[in-house]
Design a protein around this ligand. Structure first.
Ligand code: PLP
Length: 459
């Protein structure tokens, strides 16, 4: 089908491909990494090197693992039947997947299809803005986002981005986005809250302070990751989410949960927010929806939000005037239907809870053994280990040392991640997110590689 001579491939890549999130200078003297094949939780590169993929495709995506023929078959069958029609019409897999998805999301009812997490978040922002215009004379248009959270790569998503290193040099940004403080208890001392027994509640109260400062009648929505991913793997502290929900209700602010990473099982529940009893108004999701077998993202809303765009007035602007060309591709929902079936039939939520608990146990052991591991945290198969130069001051280790740990794991055939280009001087959290099919042996293999890597880098 294509040129399989790998040296030609490497040269074509080096000459013509601009890799994501990559400084290309080193490729003048070394080969770019090209991934060639995957099966289950394992992946092979151009040199035939085998890796246990502890990061599900690098960015928390391949939830059901590589090489799923049933997903490929479902996509193929759909493509030869009908590959595409614009999303202004429905499709068979689009309708059926929406129904399946909504069964997992009590309280929500409408699915808007897109093709990336950034795009889904953009659409949510647009809905908030349009609601502000339709109902509040444009006033209730501001969108709150949280320090350390990430919502995507477009200019509006970066405007809602709490990671300065992702944003630097890309401004000016879109007005009307306002940052609220993070809720990372390990770093509560940076907020003057180190001894607070009710840290979670206080961290949520800090959101209310911002709302009162800005004026509640100017705030349309609060957009949060249920568990912060690239900003440091931050599972929210006890008491945080109930208070956040209360605040949103008090000031009539839409709660938009960004499930782009957590959605479809990553934390051991269908959605991250379901760990915390939250009732969101809008939910966005992407990566795990079809585990990377096809591009698909969804913005899911309540019927109440949907109804705000459904009226019989003669106003020609009365509906959501938005389209996503490739949001009409049928490969996405066809793959997503099979993906959700696999998660359900193979009991992958239960497996995620069990293997997540094992991973946390192994990380705790690493923390006991290596004093550079300051904090371990996570939810389900979504865990992090923060590396510090000093446990007392919690001074982060130099970023290149954290990256060296990743490289040392890779040298042993285990891929792990590190918070990447998010917070200047703070990219010191190792990230673990193997596929939801991970076994006990896989978890132990990841931990053993980390143990060796930590010893090699820090002694
Ligand atoms: N939201 C979160 C929480 C993410 O982690 C990401 C990507 O990493 C996005 C949104 C953006 O998704 P995409 O890269 O599909 O645009």
């Amino acid at each position: 089908m294509y040129d399989n001579d790998i040296s030609n491939v490497v040269e074509a890549d080096r000459a013509h491909v601009w890799h994501h999130l990559t400084q290309h200078k080193p490729y003048e003297t070394s080969d770019p990494r090209i991934m060639v094949e995957g099966k289950g939780i394992r992946i092979w590169d151009q040199a035939g090197r085998e890796y246990l993929d502890g990061v599900s495709g690098g960015v928390w995506t391949v939830n059901v693992g590589y090489g799923r023929e049933s997903i490929a078959d479902a996509v193929r069958d759909q493509l030869v039947k009908l590959n595409y029609f614009a999303g202004s019409a429905g499709s068979i897999p689009g309708a059926l997947f929406a129904k399946r998805l909504i069964e997992k999301m009590p309280g929500l009812s409408r699915v808007y299809y897109n093709n990336s997490g950034s795009e889904a978040n953009e659409k949510a922002f647009k809905m908030v803005r349009q609601i502000a215009h339709k109902r509040y004379g444009g006033k209730k248009h501001k969108i709150l986002f949280r320090e350390r959270d990430y919502h995507g790569t477009t200019i509006a998503c970066l405007s809602a981005g709490g990671q300065p290193e992702r944003n630097a040099q890309y401004g000016p940004f879109t007005p009307g986005f306002v940052e609220v403080p993070h809720c990372l208890q390990y770093r509560a001392h940076e907020q003057g809250l180190e001894n607070a027994a009710n840290y979670g509640e206080l961290a949520a109260n800090a959101i209310e302070e911002v709302i009162l400062r800005e004026g509640p009648d100017t705030i349309g929505a609060l957009c949060l990751e249920p568990v912060t991913a690239g900003g440091g793997v931050i599972a929210p502290p006890e008491g945080y989410w109930p208070r956040v929900q209360e605040i949103c209700r008090k000031y009539d602010i839409l709660l938009h949960i960004d499930e782009v990473v957590c959605g479809l099982g990553r934390t051991g529940t269908w959605f991250g927010y379901q760990n915390y009893g939250i009732e969101p108004d809008m939910v966005t999701m992407a990566k795990g929806v079809a585990s990377g077998y096809a591009a698909i993202a969804c913005l899911v809303t309540t019927e109440k939000v949907f109804d705000m765009f459904k009226d019989d007035s003669t106003d020609p602007l009365n509906y959501f005037r938005d389209i996503s060309t490739f949001g009409g591709c049928t490969a996405g929902p066809a793959a997503a239907l099979e993906n959700i079936r696999i998660i359900e039939d193979e009991g992958l939520l239960d497996n995620t809870l069990a293997m997540g608990a094992r991973l946390m146990m192994r990380l705790e052991e690493l923390k006991e053994k290596h004093k550079v591991v300051g904090d371990v945290r996570g939810k389900g198969l979504f865990c992090g280990a923060e590396l510090v130069a000093d446990r007392l001051t919690k001074e982060p280790v130099a970023e290149k040392l954290a990256q060296q740990v990743v490289a040392e794991c890779s040298a042993q055939g285990v891929l792990i991640g590190v918070t990447n280009r998010s917070l200047p001087g703070r990219n010191n959290t190792l990230c673990l997110s193997p596929a939801l099919i991970a076994t006990e042996d896989n978890i132990d293999e990841i931990a053993a590689a980390m143990d060796v890597a930590l010893t090699r880098v820090f002694g």
